[in-house]
Write a protein that binds this ligand. Sequence first.
Ligand code: HEM
Length: 302
Amino acid sequence: MATPQTGIFALGDAAHIYLEFSVPPGTDAERFVREVVSIHEPRTTVGGVNIVIGFRPELWRSVAPNDTPEKLTGFNEPLAGSAGYSMPATQADLWLWIAGASYDVVFDLARDAVAKLAPYAKIERELDGWSYRHSRDLTGFEDGTENPALMIAPSVATIPDGEPGAAGTVLLYQQWQHQTSEWEALPDDAQERVMGRTKADSTEFAEDVMPADSHVSRTTVDEDGEERKIFRRNTAYGNVTTHGTVFVGFSADQQRLDRMLRRMAGAEDGLRDALTRYTTPLTGAYYFVPSLQALQRFANVE
Ligand code: HEM
């Protein structure tokens, strides 16, 4: 039985660095994957660091065709929503998420990784994430309330045994920049209607008062009469003037992420998520995060 990359479920890290790299056309993909897999976290349990590795789906498929979900694709085109709204596509080839208890250890490992990959890949984007008031988003709302508990999160977020890409997961990665002045000009009860939850204690609105365009309504997705969940590991990013949410969402299939995004953009039924009037996606990419065993096949492990 394959095992998911452990950092996906390692809650509690305060410091995060996210790196996106692209490789030039004609790159030997297998050689590149081998280089990436040889980046190691420091072998210590105290002050340890977690690394999670994701590849552009098409790149990973080229090196491991039997270990890639069948229909998985990158975020290769902008997502067109209602009334001219759209979400950008900024797909790159490699995503690294380095997380730890403090910024210094994360910073050092990120620098090592960048130096190691410099001959093969160019850094497209980097973002520092941090936790805000334990588990709040910079909107002031608790983020992650509806996340599945850790006991069941792997079954929600990772591909079942026996399927191509087993124990791997599909990541949607987006940088959202908040329009903080507009958001903070709203009184708390109006903000709560945008989210569909209360601000102080994150209680979900009852069905009869839940606005159809609230964030909770738009991201609640049913298929075959069953609610399809994802596992979110969002963090805050930015400085005092410019900041927002790093959206890091893992799912066992791409379809539910795509449907959530389409419903947020108003692409499914014309109704756009009210939250998208106060925060703007600056980037958008899908990555496949293979199982540990799938990665190990490319490692020159001792
Ligand atoms: C700036 C961007 C975003 C912010 C600030 C944000 C914030 C929140 C907050 C505060 C909640 C309610 C508490 C909770 O259950 O976590 C929530 C719920 C949720 N969000 Fe987001 N979110 C953002 C983007 C997204 C995106 C892009 C997706 C999916 C593609 C998404 C999917 C979800 C889901 C599935 C829920 C749980 C809904 C439920 O079952 O009640 N969010 N989000």
